[in-house]
Design a protein around this ligand. Structure first.
Ligand code: FMN
Length: 245
């Protein structure tokens, strides 16, 4: 491994510092914009219910009790619970002009992250890989194969992913952000990912579920499971979810 200052990460952070003197007259990035929303019009869809408890555990207790959970009972989670988790992590909660705001903040309200599910034991949802259509609040089915084992293998053999009723998988569509923020945009995309995952984990606690963030994976293997190209769109983060074992 390189010494800190020789690492790519360190060089990236140094090269993308925002300095007062360099900001004036800076040309906009020469990165083309892309679509703000992704959907799969050909996919079979599953509408998500919007019925969930309005009251429950308090925030301070959820913060105190959150712990990464890597052991899950065999029980399924319900579609209502899954819908709440999707809403909590990326649901639409407001509007200003053409901007639709979400539960998690996003730099420039550009929302570069896409949510996929590797679902194995959710009531009313056949096992498979799904994409979350944020605007439609529904799931689009991309694959019918039970995804747990291949996903666990793609995540360096972390077997708890194969046991979890559902795994959330987040990709970024880099252009959405980087057409505005250029090189620095990648910092913001990674920060967006963190917000989304924490929202998910706290909502899981509210439901009496647990989860574990996962960033150790073979990128192109996970991209391959989702059918994304790894260039325009690539996996950044995952979280396993289930009832505590
Ligand atoms: C960015 C990030 C990546 C992580 N990746 C993994 C992972 O691949 N596998 C895993 O078992 N835990 C992973 N974790 C969970 C951490 O190990 C865990 O958060 C840490 O040990 C602190 O424990 P706690 O979450 O229970 O407070 C990750 C956490 C973060 C924030």
């Amino acid at each position: 491994m390189p010494e800190l200052k020789e690492s790519l990460g360190h060089k990236y952070l140094q090269a993308t510092k925002c300095a007062r003197e360099a900001k004036d007259g800076q040309a906009p990035p020469a990165i083309q914009r892309t679509e703000r929303w992704k959907t799969y019009p050909e996919a079979e869809v599953v509408e998500l219910p919007r019925a969930w408890p309005q009251q429950g555990a308090d925030l301070l207790s959820l913060l105190q009790q959150r712990r990464s959970q890597r052991s899950f009972v065999a029980e399924s989670i319900s579609l209502e619970e899954l819908a709440l988790l999707l809403w909590a992590s990326q649901g639409i909660t407001g509007q200003a002009g053409s901007y639709l705001f979400r539960t998690a903040p996003s730099a420039g309200a550009l929302y570069p992250m896409e949510t996929y599910l590797a679902s194995q034991r959710v009531e009313g949802l056949a096992p498979g890989i799904y994409h979350f259509d944020v605007q439609g609040f529904r799931l689009e089915r991309l694959s019918v194969l039970p995804p747990g084992q291949p996903l666990a293998e793609a995540c360096l053999g972390q077997s708890f992913l194969a046991q979890a009723p559902v795994n959330f998988i987040w990709t970024a569509i880099f252009r959405r952000n980087m057409a505005k923020y250029g090189h620095r945009g990648l910092r913001y995309i990674l920060l967006d990912a963190g917000h989304i995952c924490q929202n998910l984990l706290l909502a899981a606690g509210f439901l009496g579920l647990g989860g574990c963030p996962v960033a150790a994976f073979f990128d192109e293997e996970v991209n391959g499971l989702l059918g994304v190209d790894g260039q325009e769109e690539s996996v950044l983060y995952l979280a396993s979810l289930g009832r505590k074992g």
